[in-house]
Design a protein around this ligand. Sequence first.
Ligand SMILES: [Cu+2]
Length: 514
Amino acid sequence: MAVAIRAEAARRPTPHFRTQLNASSLKPFVDPLPIPEIAKPVGLRPDPANPEIKIPYYRVAMRPFEAKLHRDLKPTRQWGYGGISPGPTFETRSGQGLLVEWANELPTTHFLPIDHTLHGAEASLPEVRSVVHLHGGRTPSESDGYPEKWYVPGKSATYHYPNQQESTMLWYHDHALGINRLNVFAGLLGAFFVRDEFEDKLGLPSGKYEIPLVIYDRIFDLEAQLNYPVSGDEKQPWVPEVFGDAILVNGKVFPFLEVEPRKYRFRVLNGANGRFFRLTLSNGLEFQQIGTDQGLLAAPVSVKAANIAPGERADVIIDFSEAAGGDIILKSEPAVVMQFRVARTGTKDTSAVPKALRPVPRIPETAAVQTRMLSLDEVDDSKQMPITMLLNDSHWSMPVTESPLLDSTEIWTLINPTDDSHPIHLHMVRFQILDRRPINAFRYHYHRQLTYMGPPVPPETGEMGWKDTVRAHPAMATRIIVKFEGYTGRYVWHCHILEHEDNEMMRPFDVVTE
Ligand SMILES: [Cu+2]
């Protein structure tokens, strides 16, 4: 047996970073923007919450595939839900539950560099493991995709999504402990829309005028293969962040979209491992943000830029009517993202962007029964290189310390003495951002003394809606107010920079009844 294991280890290629393709050498805007297909149910099954009722049943297999990501690139090996990346888009209705069998039909060896020194990715475990999480879903604990509930090729799990929540854009992606960053980089992500009557009645641009934009960055080698960076230490290939120079939208590098001179609704998701996007239009055109992670804002806000960190969504309206016949580039300085080619004429625009969207009543701070001070920590080696990232100085495997009561409201203060902005995501719940307040990061890091250095800063206008992911900026204490409604059971909260999440920046929490 020992001999067999050694032979297996010898066969495993040593992780190394191959010569990188310079993505700026690729001609931009030569591929049309793909629109991922809509997922289709394969039948009906009894609702686990009420077996009298039958609800749609989907089966989605994770499979390896190859696809051309740019006109001038050879096909790239990827892993995708339904054999595409992004995977099929779910179109669902609020309150109408569904079942998804997520089948792992991946190969048994990984093609990206696993770091076996990370917790949950030990060499004794199967290389290829997967579990699916619906980000932003108010989902029962057993269907939430707990990171330790991974399963291997040949196995599947059937999850129940009750969709008891307001209309918004969710997304599904891999969440397997210790290799989540690699599985998502390989292509395991997709969009999931919840619709409701309230939103239908607003008359927002819809049908072919409502388009998902799933944006992420990748690095390629000279053979157009995914080139996940490594540290140089072959035993510990983990790197603290990944920033690719190729920006993909819906699976194509720097695509273009032909639009009519009218309003469009774009449902934007940052699906990157670690890159933050600050989306602007090349002509300085303002656009309207109408929603954020968990749904519509109270009113549209005019913005010149939309900031979205990994995991966050922005619901935006771009009106191309003043730009008929022109080209507009969507950018995230210094990179280009994609191009809009505006036709000279189009059909009559009967869509509306009402001045009032959906009321977002602010949760009063007095509603909170508990305030938790939670630190975001980076542990460095003697050369100031990060070794691990922690939440509240705690490792994943330590006992649960956050056990909010079901239906209670809490304030979580995320104290960030590090140099990075960490997008912090709580599963199952939605929350509001109260404020961010500058702190003395040095004093907090070394002495655990919290000293404020200025007054609280209110959230950005585009952050005033319901959120599930918040940018906790460096040298700031970011406060969120959360009502733990939905389900009891075990969930997780974590940094959505996937390299951080995989290296301990994730913790369980329990929603309890007493
Ligand atoms: Cu982080």
